[in-house]
Design a binder for this molecule. Structure first.
Ligand SMILES: *Cc1c(COP(=O)(O)O)cnc(C)c1O
Length: 214
């Protein structure tokens, strides 16, 4: 790849910055070519994410030594891809799909995060804050899944800091404050997320340098 040097440079900078705050850098590879994934993997990046179950399965089969995060919506007919290939599932939003995924988990407990619609906007993924305690109870009863925290996306044009601090408060109020994980922050708002306590940020365009393709 002609621009693998600049990719590595961006990666090192982001990694150093995030390591100083003990924040896990998840490389969102959904728009990136295989060569870019291979390049970062060769340099030592372990955590990668895909937002579509089939892409995740394909990449996890191609790069089995990497740790794959599922960050997008999952339909029940794709549950097996998630149950079999995912290292951490960030986008749990209903108990039925969670149970469907759990049926494909073998010989391990799959770490999951509950996705919350903190902006309280229609057409956004995630459980509404007022329904979070019920979802937490339902998913807690599924032995193959282990709830490790919460995830959100700050809707475009919203007050990202308010969303992130709301997610942190929700996490602190669940399970007697025993959940550690907070997956929040993308290319445009990850520094705010880190200030608000993110333990993982999900970076696509700022890392791979692809601009905003969405
Ligand atoms: C695509 C995506 C990201 C990364 O987005 P960038 O703005 O390119 O960093 C993060 N989280 C989710 C859920 C995504 O779908």
């Amino acid at each position: 790849m002609a621009d693998s040097q600049s990719l590595l440079q961006r990666w090192r900078q982001l990694k150093d910055e995030l390591e100083s705050t003990h924040t896990r850098l998840i490389a969102v590879s959904k728009y990136a070519p295989d060569a870019a994934v291979a390049c970062l993997a060769g340099a030592g990046q372990r955590d990668f994410a895909e937002s579509r179950p089939q892409s995740l399965r394909d990449r996890a089969q191609q790069f089995p030594d990497l740790f794959w995060h599922m960050i997008g919506p999952v339909q029940k007919n794709k549950a097996r891809y998630v149950g079999r290939h995912v290292g951490m599932w960030h986008s749990v939003e209903d108990a039925e799909t969670a149970a469907a995924v759990a049926r494909h988990v073998r010989g391990r407990r799959l770490p999951v995060l509950l996705q919350v619609n903190v902006g309280d906007l229609p057409h956004q993924h995630g459980v509404l804050p007022e329904n979070l305690p019920v979802l937490y109870e339902q998913v807690s009863c599924i032995p193959e899944l282990e709830i490790t925290g919460l995830m959100c996306m700050a809707p475009r044009g919203s007050d990202a800091r308010r969303c992130f601090s709301a997610l942190r408060c929700l996490r602190d109020g669940l399970a007697d404050g025993s959940l550690g994980g907070l997956s929040m922050g993308m290319s445009g708002d990850f520094r705010i997320a880190v200030e608000e306590g993110a333990t993982m940020v999900r970076l696509g365009s700022v890392l791979f340098g692809l601009g905003n393709i969405e």
